[in-house]
Design a protein around this ligand. Structure first.
Ligand code: PBG
Length: 327
């Protein structure tokens, strides 16, 4: 069927028609909002590189979580900052760490909210790497034990799901076995299966002061040039017991999302990271982009590529826009 018999524009004439034939729809139920928990009380301090995102003390995390629930967003992903950083990231697995306290408070105050915790050491280590450092090396197998302890401390506090983001080999299996052994066989793992060594984590690292003090993360995070390797990493995490697999970042890796979609029927999450958020915010501030349209377009593209779940700092803004009928 060729023009003039077929006219593609026929179905684009009105808002109602366009809605009727829309292939990809966003819904609040597929968003996860990341939150940054800090020690202290009554703290709600905006993160300069991430306008609209805050450092929150435990009490303020609870307030924010109530608003998240009111928006119809089902889950938060907690990151924490310690009082002090040290070479082994000890506050990551302390029962009194900011994240562990926040988990307890959230499960008490907003029990319907799914509380997911990021399991990693880089926010807690003084060298800023995601594992144990010996000389210039990040030592894989020694790190696994610390990750197991971190995950267990979150689950003991009441976390509904853990999300290891460190990219050590074997960590999903190690955490699964450890949790099972302690009786937590029903707690799911969302694995950062293909996490790339990306410049788009810049604003996040400023927010949690986790930039590596020497070297970079390329000996454990993936090379942005590799897509087949993402398939392999995903298959490994599935074999080790991942319940949800993730691609991170999202926008520069839409092809990877689409590719991973093809090889698994597990739920697939994509992380719309801090740099993707900051780019749109910054361009909008300069008047170079329409923030609302750019946000919804970006999120729609992530869904269209094949993600079931989108982890995004835009979650609340997007829900408000969708409720108003979009842009
Ligand atoms: C920790 C971690 C990072 C992010 C999530 N978990 C940073 C990193 O790997 O350096 C980035 C999130 C974002 O940029 O929004 N390993």
């Amino acid at each position: 069927m060729r023009f003039p018999t077929y006219r593609a524009r026929r179905l684009r004439e009105s808002t109602a028609l366009r809605r009727l034939v829309q292939e990809t729809r966003l819904a609040p139920s597929e968003f996860i909002l990341p939150l940054f928990v800090v020690p202290g009380h009554d703290i709600r301090q905006e993160i300069s590189s991430m306008p609209g995102q805050y450092h929150l003390s435990v009490d303020q995390t609870v307030e924010e979580a109530k608003s998240v629930v009111d928006h119809g967003i089902p889950a938060v992903l907690l990151f924490g900052l310690p009082e002090v950083k040290d070479p082994l990231g000890q506050e990551a697995y302390s029962p009194t760490g900011a994240v562990q306290q926040a988990v307890r408070a959230l499960k008490q105050a907003v029990p319907t909210l799914i509380v997911i915790t990021d399991v990693c050491l880089c926010e807690y280590t003084d060298h800023g790497h995601c594992g144990v450092v010996q000389g210039e090396h990040i030592v894989n197998d020694l790190t696994l034990e610390l990750l197991q302890r971190t995950a267990l401390s979150h689950v003991e506090a009441g976390a509904d799901m853990v999300a290891p983001s460190d990219m050590m080999d074997g960590r999903v299996g190690a955490i699964r076995a450890f949790l099972d052994d302690k009786g937590y066989h029903t707690t799911p793992i969302m694995a950062y299966a293909s996490k790339y060594a990306s410049s788009f984590y810049g604003p996040f690292r400023e927010a949690v002061q986790s930039a590596p003090q020497f070297g970079d993360r390329r000996s454990y995070q993936m090379d942005p040039a590799n897509a087949r390797e993402a398939v392999r990493e995903t298959q490994l995490d599935i074999e080790e017991g991942a319940d949800i697999v993730m691609v991170k970042p999202a926008l520069p890796y839409l092809d990877v999302i689409a590719r991973v979609r093809q090889i698994t029927d597990l739920p697939l999450a994509a992380y719309n990271v801090s740099g993707e958020y900051a780019m749109i915010k910054a361009a909008a501030r300069l008047g170079w982009l329409d923030e609302e349209r750019a946000m919804l377009e970006a999120l729609t593209s992530i869904k269209r590529a094949g993600a079931d779940i989108i982890i995004t700092y835009f979650a609340k803004d997007a829900v408000r826009l969708l409720a108003g009928g979009g842009v």
